[in-house]
Write a protein that binds this ligand. Structure first.
Ligand code: ADP
Length: 677
């Protein structure tokens, strides 16, 4: 008899109140999925973390949760509910459909001073509030600012924030954050004031908004540190005198000479065209009780208004808090303050297999191909792993944010930066300013390179750096199996067919296909040329010790998948011949001048191996990742070939899921440029 796994009660709670959909992002700690709160119908973001994977970073998550419970502001992503099971933590958050500010900047190349001002005022507003509550954020960057449905910014990722016991004037010691945004005093490992370090990061952020690139940047971490320490950067010609002055006042090496956030509220540059200081006080103060929401909840729960108010006022960040805050959010957007009937809360555990089932039809509001419908409770323990190409390993945990930690045991993103091969800065995403910028950067680099020679040993002593790890000490990290999920792709020594062509396969493919009658996914192995031998060892061939030549293996892959394809039922074969999605030209979609999606897909696929990008392809979606020399995933992103309406051309949607945003930008630009898109 099959043994049924019982999902923890907490996980049942998640499914009782929320529908769970696609993965919309992933960070160093978490996977974030789109969800819907059933009673209000409101969309939410569900941040999912596996406690085991978090390991000693678990306290960081607790810090984030505590901070978010204490912060309620129009430009800070709202926490609605926390669900904790013995193995997992789910944070239910305000959903920001506009994506990361980072993607917005790179899609537009750079922002005008006027648009920058709109966003910057919101950043100042959020930071003035954060500081007023005694917190320093310490990881400010455009990846941590999301855009909501009304095109307003929301600050996320409080995992590195600090609330000094004696107040924000007290010095901090922990060296953290993302290197390119870190203040000089921080990278030197000195004691520093959190709010002052935040202002430096805001300066870097402002520069990134106005220029579309970073003021301090280098693939060599020592060189990067030195640039930050000197605090010298070049102002491109398009910056106004006012912008240059403000940037200079924020990126002062001496923190005491830097502007304070309070001064930013009324700074002439910030006030221009507004004539009013930044409004930083919360429009949604904590503890405020809205009578309409209470009335609706009371009716729905068949309770008195008094007892409902008392329940809400406990602020337990449970389903009550979530329902109240989501109802309030509905009201604030002018929607009716209405709840659907309270889901039946049974005291008995619902059987994982026969619990409240969510039909595909009722849940599908995303038109993504691989929308994840997690109606079955026993899938919950697999949340973290259901996307095999973005493993959330303990190692990966610090990748995104714990940048320049002084913890000598850990590899930091600085190390990561150092092993990522430099990529040409070729602008393809929307390029009217790229020529100008490239010339500017080339000039910068030429003068820097001369002075960089012979500096590195000295730098090691100056900066709060982790010691370099030797590749051999880290090589034991086994890379996860590299599988390619494809409808009917032909892989043979670099040539690939489009989804409409024939297929190829391997023993592993056949085994997987046989194992899963229900799945139309066929997994085959993809290689970047220099990693072939390692990947082959993981292909489950049973003779991993033997050296084999790439050509023969590719041949067997093709034969294997051909067999699998012919074994499929007609409906499954149909599923393999998906057409590209028709979507609107959003800012994360690069339009091409081409009209044949297969050709565009082929162009992309053909250049990936040369860029050391490993990929899995499913229909017209290509999931990509890169690795460092220590076997760690440095970047994960998705490219999807799609059809645009106006003009009717092929576009490529791109989404970064993991890794340094600027390295991702350069890599995707390089892929597009090389594949002539
Ligand atoms: P981590 O703490 O692991 O670094 P983040 O909180 O930074 O994870 O989230 C990872 C990514 O998920 C973000 O960069 C963003 O793209 C996406 N994301 C996070 N929160 C939301 C949200 N509230 N709405 C939409 N997307 C989100």
């Amino acid at each position: 008899m099959p043994v049924e796994r019982t999902a923890p009660r907490e996980v049942e709670e998640l499914h009782k109140y929320y529908e769970v959909y696609d993965t919309i992002g992933s960070g160093g700690f978490a996977k974030v999925k789109l969800g819907r709160h059933i009673q209000t119908g409101e969309k939410v973001a569900i941040k999912i973390m596996n406690k085991k994977d978090l390991g000693e970073d678990l306290p960081r998550v607790k810090v984030e949760i505590e901070a978010m419970k204490n912060l309620s502001h129009q430009h800070i992503c709202r926490l609605y509910q926390v669900i904790e099971s013995p193995t997992q933590i789910f944070m239910i958050l305000e959903y920001c459909p506009g994506g990361e500010l980072f993607d917005y900047i790179i899609a537009k190349d750079r922002l005008s001073e006027e648009e920058t001002r709109v966003f910057f005022r919101q950043i100042v507003s959020a930071m003035a509030y954060v500081h007023s509550q005694g917190y320093a954020h310490r990881d400010l960057k455009p990846e941590n600012l999301l855009i909501d449905g009304d095109h307003n910014l929301k600050l996320i990722d409080f995992g590195l924030c600090a609330k000094p016991k004696g107040g924000l004037g007290y010095e901090l010691m922990t060296c953290c954050g993302s290197p390119a945004y870190a203040a000089p005093e921080l990278i030197q490992g000195k004691a520093y004031i959190g709010s002052e370090a935040d202002v430096w990061s805001m300066g870097v952020l402002l520069f990134a908004l106005l220029c579309g690139y970073l003021p301090f940047d280098d693939d060599n971490c020592m060189v990067l540190y030195r640039k930050i320490m000197r605090g010298q950067y070049d102002n491109p010609s398009w910056l106004s005198t006012g912008s240059i002055l403000l940037l200079n006042q924020m990126m002062q090496v001496d923190p005491k000479l830097r502007l304070a956030v309070q001064q930013l509220l009324e700074h002439p540059w910030v006030m221009k065209d507004y004539n009013s200081p930044v409004e930083w006080r919360s429009r949604q103060p904590l503890g405020h009780i809205d009578e309409d929401c209470i009335t609706e909840m009371a009716v729905n729960m068949k309770r008195s208004r008094e007892s409902t108010t008392a329940l809400v006022k406990e602020w337990r960040y449970d389903r009550i808090t979530a329902t109240y805050l989501l109802l309030l959010s509905k009201k604030q957007r002018g929607k009716p303050v209405r709840l659907h009937t309270e889901p039946h809360v049974s005291e008995d555990a619902v059987s994982p297999r026969h619990g409240r089932s969510q039909t595909k039809k009722s849940l599908h509001f995303s038109d993504g191909d691989d929308a994840v419908i997690l109606g079955s409770l026993d899938l919950c323990s697999d949340y973290i792993d259901d996307c095999p190409w973005v493993p959330v390993s303990r190692q990966g945990v610090r990748e995104k944010t714990a940048g320049i930690t002084a913890d000598k045991r850990l590899a930091s993103p600085l190390e990561k930066r150092c092993v990522v091969s430099p990529l040409p800065d070729r602008g393809q995403m929307s390029g009217q300013n790229h020529q100008e910028r490239r010339r500017h950067k080339e000039h910068q680099q030429a003068s820097e390179n001369k002075e960089n020679v012979g500096q590195q040993e000295k730098d090691v002593e100056i900066f709060a750096l982790p010691p370099p790890r030797t590749p051999s000490s880290s090589k034991k990290n086994s890379r996860p199996k590299n599988v390619l999920t494809t409808p009917n792709q032909k892989v043979s020594n670099g040539t690939r067919s489009t989804p409409k062509a024939g297929g190829s396969g391997s023993k592993e493919v056949k085994r997987r296909a046989a194992d899963s009658n229900e799945s139309t996914n066929i997994e085959i192995i993809a290689f970047s040329p220099e990693r072939r031998s390692r990947s082959l060892d993981m292909a489950g061939s049973g003779d991993s010790g033997k050296k084999r030549r790439g050509g023969r293996v590719f041949g067997s892959l093709e034969r294997g998948l051909d067999k699998v394809i012919t074994m499929l039922t007609p409906s499954k074969r149909r599923a393999l011949r998906d057409n590209p999605r028709k979507i609107k030209a959003l800012y994360n979609v690069t339009p091409t001048e081409q009209t044949n999606p297969d050709q565009v897909l082929n162009q992309i696929l053909s250049v990936l191996p040369g860029k050391n990008v490993e990929f899995t392809q499913k229909g017209y979606t290509v999931k990509c990742r890169t690795w460092d020399d220590f076997g760690k995933v440095t970047m994960a992103f998705e490219l999807e070939v799609c059809l645009l309406h106006r003009p009717e051309v092929v576009g490529v949607r791109r989404q970064r899921l993991k890794g340094d945003a600027w390295v991702y930008k350069r890599l995707v630009e390089d892929i597009f440029s090389t594949s002539s898109i």
